[in-house]
Design a protein around this ligand. Structure first.
Ligand code: SAM
Length: 220
């Protein structure tokens, strides 16, 4: 079910509840709908894509925060990137990082389709190679790549986030496996990361049981 230590699917919410929630959430744009479809047709493990509900949640946060600089680690085919881009203010820019070239190619195609090629910078390669050189002053960061490295990404990125800025970390409930008595290595890394944030006096945090769990963190 997993690929590259990334989440494929089989999330916690009851499918009927998720369907009901989507029916009472603003619809996704034609562009996002098409990207979702093309991802399902062309890419392995399409369920890694954020999807309608999570995309709408990210878009709503972007409208609330009104950031001028967003960072995403783990683009996949660009669904969350585009959901955020559609909601961001005119002056905002997004830097998103993806190591898989095929995923990045489809994302790029859709960034161009939406006319966002000037506003979205897509870096192709291992996130670890780029993060050190990322500019400071991000107000919103979405960490959604190889979950085992969540803590490394968090520690490298947090100093680059403005005070009062937000980080979102996806899949922190890992299909509910965080409650396992004998967690496997991946699950243990997620458990350790969640504890790390809970004990971090530099931030405030709330774990939202949306989809596979999103940890919403505010830098003090
Ligand atoms: C869960 S998917 C991202 C989903 C996407 N954020 C969305 O919401 O639709 C995780 C992605 O992270 C990428 N990834 C994994 N490890 C990475 C790394 N070290 N550097 C950059 N990208 C990585 C994978 O190739 C995959 O496309």
């Amino acid at each position: 079910m997993k690929h590259d230590n990334c989440k494929e699917g089989g999330f916690l919410t009851d499918p009927e509840i998720e369907n009901y929630a989507e029916m009472h959430t603003s619809p996704e744009s034609d562009l996002l709908h098409d990207l979702n479809r093309q991802t399902n047709l062309q890419v392995l493990m399409p369920r890694m894509l954020s999807g309608h509900l999570q995309g709408a949640f990210l878009a709503m946060l972007v409208k609330m925060i009104k950031p001028s600089f967003i960072v995403e680690v783990g683009t996949f085919t660009g669904y969350a990137t585009l959901a955020m881009a559609e909601a961001m203010p005119e002056n905002c820019r997004i830097t998103t990082i993806e190591k898989n070239r095929e995923n990045a190619a489809l994302a790029e195609e859709f960034f161009e389709k939406g006319g966002y090629e000037e506003k979205i910078e897509l870096l192709v390669g291992d996130a670890m190679d780029f993060i050190e050189n990322l500019q400071f002053g991000s107000e919103l960061v979405f960490i959604d790549a190889d979950k085992r490295n969540n803590k490394k990404y968090y520690e490298l990125i947090l100093p680059k986030v403005k005070p009062g800025g937000f980080l979102l970390i996806d899949n922190v409930l890992w299909d509910g496996k965080v409650l396992d008595e004998k967690p496997d290595k991946d699950t243990q890394a997620i458990i350790d990361f969640n504890v790390h944030v809970q004990n971090d006096s530099r931030v405030e945090n709330v774990l939202l049981p949306l989809r596979d769990g999103i940890l919403l963190v505010r830098k003090k």
